[in-house]
Ligand binder design. Structure first.
Ligand SMILES: [Zn+2]
Length: 317
């Protein structure tokens, strides 16, 4: 979160688009009458901080998924939202703006600005680098063998230190899917809790449901969020808001601890003998990858939606 912006109300350089002063990126604290175009990279609180229901300072440009979430969770009027699909360039005051998939959370985007002075600037928002980026027709034109160059790169540096390395997302998802599948068939008295945020980590619990064939319990408020994400029909069919219909529950990440899991076990009134908590996170899990306390087991799974250090290097190259 950029706390200094709240104090100064400035369009600080890391939010700006050089050569296009009417733009700001992930900055709703700006107090600057020149700024009219608010670019939102994705719907995470540290990026939309300062955005209020009564926003009327200009237009907010974001992907359709992010626009639906802004409407649902903040209540911003549709009149102020411009939903822009990936790879659909939009010309705004002579600047060409293109949203590209960021492989972070649903609706997240890298945003390319091609300004009237002929320069190119890329804001990554938050992103998880993936080898498929090299197949993106826009990004591939900027690689070392490509014909174009980025003049300014505004980079997500969450894990920009060599100790931050974690497995591919596919490996982490596969691990969770197999864990739930093997336990689901071997022991029908196990309740699985998968931690999640308002958005993010969806592939972990969806893949667990696909692999195991289990129904997936979500709180009604979470279901409304998931309805914004363009899930496949088969995934939507697995969702239920009736807790006792499912042995696989999506819960807030903060519920994956022994105290809360013990409470879940108590509420189940003997229906379950074991509770397995899955905590997908890129942050180091302080207790190690597996912790067990009586009938409760917690797995920390290194599923990151930010790039590792080596992936950040790959992106810059
Ligand atoms: Zn984020």
């Amino acid at each position: 979160m950029w706390s200094e912006d709240r104090v100064t109300g400035s369009n600080a350089f890391h939010h700006s688009v050089p050569g296009a002063s009417s733009f700001t990126v992930d900055n709703f604290h700006v107090r600057n009458s020149v700024v009219k175009h608010y670019i939102l990279s994705h719907f995470h609180a540290d990026h939309y901080a300062g955005l209020r229901k009564k926003f009327n300072s200009g237009k907010i440009y974001c992907t359709p998924v992010t626009a639906r979430l802004v409407k649902l969770k903040i209540g911003v009027s549709a009149d102020h939202l411009v939903a822009v699909a990936y790879h659909s360039p939009l010309l705004i005051e002579g600047t060409r703006v293109t949203f590209l998939p960021a492989n972070h959370c649903p609706g997240s985007a890298l945003i390319l600005f091609e300004t009237p002075d002929g320069k190119c600037h890329l804001h990554t928002g938050d992103f998880r680098f993936h080898p498929k980026f090299s197949e993106d027709p826009v990004l591939s034109s900027f690689t070392s063998t490509g014909s174009r160059k980025i003049d300014h790169l505004f980079l997500d540096t969450t894990y920009c230190s060599p100790e931050h390395e974690f497995p591919a997302q596919e490996d982490a998802i596969r691990f969770v899917g197999e864990l739930v599948k093997s336990n689901a068939f071997a022991n029908r008295e196990t309740l699985f809790l998968v931690g999640s945020y308002t958005i993010g980590k969806e592939e972990v619990f969806l893949q667990a449901a696909r692999e195991s064939g289990c129904k997936l319990y979500v709180h009604p408020a979470k279901k409304k969020v998931l309805e914004c994400l363009e899930l496949k029909e088969e995934d939507q069919q697995r969702l239920t808001t009736v807790a006792h219909e499912a042995r696989l529950h999506v819960v807030p990440m903060g519920c994956i601890n022994f105290k809360q899991m013990s409470a879940y076990l108590g509420m189940a009134k003997g229906k379950y003998k074991t509770v397995v908590g899955i905590r997908p996170t890129g942050w180091t899990f302080s207790g190690g990858p597996r912790q067990e306390r009586g009938p409760l087991v917690i797995y920390g799974v290194p599923y990151s939606e930010h790039s590792s250090f080596s992936e950040i290097r790959s992106m810059v190259k």
